[in-house]
Structures are given as C-alpha cells and as structure tokens.
Design a protein around this ligand. Sequence first.
Ligand code: COA
Length: 325
Amino acid sequence: MTETQTGHDAAVAATAGLAEAARALHPAWPALATARQELVRDARRRLHCADVFEVLADGDTARGVLAVNREPRSWTGCPVRDLTVELLPGDIDALRWASERVSTLVAGLDDETWVRIPWPHRALVATFETHGFNISSLVLAGSVDAARRAWSERAAAPAELPSDVCIRELVAADVEVVGELRRRVFTEQPQFCWFGASDAYIASWKREVLRAGPDHYGWVVERGGEVAGYFGSRVHMAHVLWGPCGGLDLVLGASVRALGIAAQAYTRILNVHRERGVRVLKGGTSQPAILRYAAEMKRSPLFVFMRRDSPFSRRHFQPWLAAAP
Ligand SMILES: CC(C)(COP(=O)(O)OP(=O)(O)OC[C@H]1O[C@@H](n2cnc3c(N)ncnc32)[C@H](O)[C@@H]1OP(=O)(O)O)[C@@H](O)C(=O)NCCC(=O)NCCS
C-alpha cells in the first residue's frame, strides 16, 4: 500500500469512483447512467478549491481520498469549509489510513468545518469525536412507496387541529413572511440547522422557491390568522443521481408544534410525490421527531454530517448508529 499525491484529474476520477461505490450500497440508489458524470463534476468542484487533498492508492487503484475545501457559495448560500472523505467500502486498511490522516488534518480546522462521511465509513465518526466534532445531522433516503405503505394508517386518521389553526397553500406573497419565520425559528434553535437563520440561506431559499415554479409545493400553517409554520417540497423529476426525488422542508413555530402537523405534512407531501411519480424521499435532519418518522418510513442513512459546534452527543443518534449496516 502506498500513499501518494497524484495529479488533479486522477484524484477527481478516484473521488468520483469511490463516491459511487459507497452510494451503490444504499438500498434506494437507482444506479443511473448519469451518476458518474455528476459525481465527477462534484469531485472536481470540491478538489478545485481544496486546500488539501490526499489520495491513498495501490498502483492505479484508488482506495481513499481526503480533501479539505472552501466554497465561497455552497447550496446553503453560505461559505463553507468541507472535509470530504471517500474510501473503498469495506477496505479496513483504507479506513485506518483515513483515521490516521484525519488526526493530523483536523488540527487546524475551525468550528465552521463541515465533515461529510458516507454511511459505509461511519466508523470514522469516533475518530472525529476524539477531535471535538459531533454529529450535526444524518441524511436519510428511502423509497416513496415504502414510506406510503408505512404511513397509510396515519394518513387515514389525521389529528384534528384547534379551531384557530389552518393549513393553506403557499402563495408568492407568503415567501417573505416564511423567510422571517425561518430566521426566528433557527435563531432560537440553531442546532437543528446551523445555516437556517443566515441571510445568505434565507435569500437562497426564497430565490429557489420562486424559481422552481410548479416543481415547488408549499403550504403555510396559520394560527389566529398569522403565518406560524411552513412545509414544502421541491421535486426534481430528472435528478442525475437519484432520478425523480424530493424532500420535505418543515419549519413550525412554537405555537403550532405538537399538534400533529408534521405527520399531516408527510401525508400531503407523499401524496404529491405519488402523483408526480417521485421515487425517492431524501433529506437531512437532527430533529428527534423527524428521525423517528424516518425510521417508521424505513429510510436508510446516506451520510453523517459532523461539526464542532453541534451540541448533540452520540446518544442523540444512537438507534441509527447501533443498527445493522
Ligand atoms: C421538527 C418539527 C417539524 C416537528 O413538528 P411537530 O408537528 O411539532 O412534531 P411533534 O412534536 O408532533 O412530533 C412528531 C412525532 O414525533 C414524536 N416525537 C416528538 N419528540 C420526539 C423525541 N424527542 N423523540 C422521539 N419522538 C419524538 C412525537 O411523539 C410525534 O409522534 P406521533 O406522531 O407518533 O405522536 C417542529 O418541531 C419544527 O418545525 N421545529 C423547528 C424547525 C426544525 O427543526 N425543522 C427541521 C425539521 S428537519
């Protein structure tokens, strides 16, 4: 086994190949012909602005890639510093190499660093924990059909809402108000979305909702005539990695929590996904209620995200970490 610094193109190809190998182990991975090209594009983007990248290779065969990159504008709208880990699944020596290299690499990294670990390599969570990182969220994906089957009894018996609470479709004029709701909720609870209250993210969320047109489905929850909650889904009918997929974006203010609205949101979104032919439901969360619903819908983890400013101990995610691969 040799550790080498290789040329840029070889590192990009290696990163994409390893990324595909890990994702291929996920039960909902559709193995589309378009995936490799997109993973190459993503690897190029990450490595293009990398401060550090290291490759573990045996001759021409890549077994591991570690990269630390800065992106001035990520999908969150915020600048991020990412630590990317891609390894050959099941390669114990590659895992050991990553663990040793991470111990050196993280020394200079600050609270802003976001670590993304593909689920097959989650043994590295312990390594990052020894350097002050905690899990900040899990990204989970699963089939819409399986979710609908698991959800059918709940969908048939929605909770009755108090008389001053109503759910109605989002209109363009609500977008500004929902942006401010997001700011309030995630300023109070940044642990559930570290970028959720930032100007950059709110601006990018508003832009995306208005731009997505008929591929965005949204509802607001009103209490006493005031917007107090929002849920919605942006569907991607031709996603290059996942095929037809969508998530669920849920932001409820304190006055409309614990009323059964999250459950109703899933029912509405799963109906939309069925009507549109969406196949995969995917998203990240650290919310106990949403993690529980994800387990009920039989979604499986895809990535672990870690940060130094996350307050959650391993116990918060323990049922997932303890489960069989
Ligand atoms: C997360 C959120 C959407 C939950 O909405 P909600 O409608 O108030 O959810 P509830 O409190 O009714 O909980 C939903 C379910 O999870 C369960 N639950 C609640 N807290 C739980 C916990 N700590 N552990 C396990 N299950 C929990 C509830 O018992 C309920 O189960 P049931 O439907 O079987 O009765 C809402 O709290 C919220 O918007 N929070 C702030 C914004 C946020 O974090 N959004 C990110 C979501 S990924």
